[in-house]
Write a new protein. Structure first.
Length: 763
């Protein structure tokens, strides 16, 4: 910042109180500390919401963004630019931002004009490829990176090749608490005369509290007056998915071990003032965490800096704070060692007091006023390193520079077309047609859609998606005949199956959906059932003759292998089906007709997509190149003279050396092309493919032969097809799902930080 740093506009981005999480508390405390250190500055906050209704924020919060809504990140960038923020201080944790590995945040950072200083609350030594990609771009778009421990700086340097001169090490801030004896506060909690052990923070399995309770059973025989206080609410995300199962298991454990009179659970998210008193009453603080790779612990910093003795497992932050005898480090998952560490301190009061004094002395450099000054220095450094150009009106808002505007997600018609059995096949206008019943094809597509949307949709839709997904998955489960291993397809409105086995293609689509559920679903029960159905139905595909069934199955195999990438039986089937498609290609393809069959029918691009995926990930160079070559040809012949996308019509299709049918154009063909083009882009990084996906998607919105949109924004439904003179007025399941799957993929591609290509061998 400039020398006039006291009059700057400083924006903070992250979770914020009253949202209940550690990042929210940190953002609040940091903002208030810097506001106090630079009283003439204007400190304000952009809060990240994990629920549609947001929170009752204080006046510090000037703008809000929805965690999973990509456009809200861009609107936030516009707000920051228009309000001339001088510096943006970002709190980064992978889990608090939307998109793959939190990639939504990058959409904001790409558009802001001011210097960015990012505090990294997690630094991963062994990131996934998506996490690495996000971290590298986050580092590139940040002027300074702040970590709270030396280990964090070491990982940034060694794992991400970030230079030391871009990194500031600033301790986690703490409140200024007096150094007093614990007896001062014990009476008000009813624990006077007892030795108090404390663990606090949001409660979840990673805290290792079960090991501390087991250790307690070994402490109590020699220190019967000890009491273990577990302070904090169950983590909101855990509470939403599992309720209080973990906390109840801890309570049962304490009872089984005979220490229930020595354990107190206080299931509240306490205020800072209350927390100070709980810390004041503490004799020994326990952090029995299970994972070494924790670079920051705000709870540890608070208690250590307040002059309390700590017994902790050796996660990275604890190793640094407690080194040189400033605390006691014990092995992970070792109740006996925890007990020995606690008893060793309780049996040696002089050592306990010495550790407390050393911790308190070191903690003086961690007080929020000191930390705030360090942050202001980092801000100044960031501003000095970058000369920020003033906002040049709307120069960066050209269509070439701004992201593509996509329709909003609207699930009304999907819900209207579904009941407790599944999704109906057809509609009369926008009304479900009960007479035509249900089919596995559409329920499989619908289940894929729900699984994809669960990753990117706003939280307001999640409950609806969970309920719909359960119905669609249950339909697919009922469709599988366990004796034959075949999926049935058609069911009447009266829930009577109309055949013993469905088509090969419907079987392949079902496997694709089940592979997607197995590999992506965050619902453990859904994932396990989908995996079971996938495994039961896979073996029969080897005898199939339909190339589309092979392709659908290959797409399902790829999704399934997200769950278990070393399954030899699944990998062997991928090899078999990939070779079948390659063999077809060699038997039929010529320079003039580079295709697998003597005719183009429906879902054509799925063959290309399957080979691009399999060729990339097996790897198989020949499969990869065939996939790209055939897709380039498809793109070239799916284009009208006007330049719009023109899929092969279903009224005759296109036979080699014959006349091509231009109508009726089907949404399912459009969706297949969008998927294949996105896959090609992810594999090659050639922007031509993303441009083709966009051109194809616009077919739904009116860039087609008739200039009429097929997607109905009023109902959320999609027309069944484009005829030579009109669009179909019916909005059935296949067409509506084709649009919404395409929209989901367009949204996904907009923000997804793809895993990098597998290797040059596939190029």
């Amino acid at each position: 910042m400039s020398e006039d740093s006291q009059s700057q506009r400083i924006a903070f981005l992250g979770d914020y109180l009253p949202r209940l999480c550690g990042i929210a508390t940190f953002t609040n405390d940091l903002c208030e500390a810097i506001a106090a250190a630079a009283p003439d500055s204007d400190c304000f906050v952009g809060a990240v919401n994990d629920r549609i209704e947001g929170y009752d924020y204080s006046a510090r919060v000037r703008f809000e963004l929805q965690e999973k809504e990509l456009d809200s990140y861009r609107r936030a960038a516009d707000f920051l630019n228009f309000n001339n923020a001088d510096v943006l201080c970002v709190q980064h944790e992978f889990g608090i931002y939307g998109g793959s590995a939190g990639s939504h945040l990058l959409a904001l950072l790409k558009e802001v004009h001011m210097p960015v200083v990012t505090t990294l609350h997690t630094v991963l030594q062994t990131p996934t490829s998506s996490q690495r990609k996000v971290m590298m771009e986050l580092a590139a778009r940040s002027d300074r990176l702040i970590v709270m421990a030396r280990k964090g700086a070491e990982i940034l340097r060694d794992t991400y090749d970030i230079p030391d001169d871009k990194i500031d090490i600033i301790a986690h801030g703490i409140p200024d608490l007096p150094f007093i004896e614990s007896t001062f506060y014990k009476a008000q909690f009813g624990v006077e005369g007892r030795e108090v052990l404390l663990t606090f923070g949001l409660i979840g399995p990673g805290k290792g509290i079960e090991h501390a309770i087991e250790a307690l059973s070994k402490i109590v025989p020699t220190h019967p007056n000890v009491v273990y206080l577990v302070l904090g609410a169950t983590h909101p995300n855990l509470l939403a998915h599992e309720g209080e199962r973990y906390r109840l298991s801890l309570e049962r454990l304490a009872e089984d071990l005979g220490v229930k009179e020595n354990v107190i659970f206080y299931n509240r998210f306490v205020s800072l003032d209350d927390l100070k008193e709980f810390i004041g009453a503490t004799d020994i603080y326990l952090t029995p965490y299970l994972n070494e790779a924790q670079i920051t612990s705000g709870t540890l910093a608070y208690v250590f800096g307040s002059g309390k003795a700590v017994v902790s497992t050796p996660y990275w932050h604890a190793q640094e704070l407690l080194e040189k005898g400033r605390g006691v480090l014990v092995p992970f998952k070792d109740p006996q060692a925890i007990a020995e560490g606690v008893c060793g301190l309780l049996n040696d009061p002089e050592r306990l007091v010495k550790i407390r004094h050393e911790a308190y002395a070191m903690g003086r450099d961690m007080l929020w006023p000191s930390v705030a000054q360090r942050y202001l220095e980092s801000f100044q450094h960031a501003c000095a390193d970058r000369k920020v150009s003033p906002r040049t009106a709307f120069a960066g808002w050209t269509l070439g520079n701004r992201p593509y505007d996509l329709p909003e997600l609207r699930l009304d018609h999907l819900v209207r077309m579904s009941d407790g059995t599944g999704i109906f096949q057809h509609a009369i206008f926008n009304v479900p047609n009960f007479h035509e019943g249900y089919c596995t094809d559409d329920n499989a597509r619908a289940y894929i859609l729900c699984t994809l949307l669960d990753e990117i949709a706003d939280r307001s839709c999640i409950k609806t998606l969970e309920n719909l997904a359960a119905s669609y998955l249950a339909f697919c489960a009922a469709a599988l005949d366990y004796k034959t291993g075949r999926f049935r397809n058609f069911m009447s409105h009266g829930r009577v199956w109309l055949e013993e086995a469905g088509s090969e293609d419907s079987h392949g689509r079902a496997l694709w959906a089940m592979g997607t559920g197995a590999g992506r679903s965050r619902n453990d029960g859904n994932s396990r059932l989908a995996a079971q159905l996938f495994e039961r139905g896979l073996s029969v595909v080897e005898s199939f003759t339909s190339p589309r069934a092979w392709a659908f199955t290959l797409l399902g195999i790829h999704e399934y292998l997200r769950r278990s990438n070393d399954d030899p039986k699944i990998s062997a089937m991928r090899e078999i089906l990939t070779k079948k498609l390659i063999t077809l290609w060699h038997q039929c393809a010529t320079e003039e007709w580079p295709w697998f069959e003597p005719g183009l029918t429906y879902d054509n691009a799925r063959l290309c997509q399957a080979l691009i995926l399999s060729g990339q990930w097996m790897p198989n160079k020949e499969a990869f190149e065939i996939g790209l070559k055939s897709l380039r040809w498809l793109v070239s012949i799916h284009k009208a003279p006007s330049g719009c996308f023109r899929p092969i019509g279903s009224n005759g299709f296109y036979v080699r050396n014959g006349a091509r049918a231009d109508f009726d154009q089907q949404p399912v063909e459009t969706q297949a092309m969008i998927s294949a083009c996105h896959e090609a882009f992810r594999a090659t990084r050639d922007p031509m493919w993303s441009a083709e996906a966009k051109r194809t998607f616009e077919w739904f919105l009116g860039r087609n032969d008739l200039g009429i949109p097929l997607y109905d924004s009023k109902t959320g439904g999609c027309s069944d097809g484009l005829h030579a003179d009109r669009i179909s007025e019916n909005q059935g399941a296949e067409s509506t799902l084709a649009f919404h799957l395409s929209l989901a993929e367009m949204n996904y591609a907009e923000h997804l930080i793809s895993e990098p290509p597998v290797g040059e061998s596939t190029r």
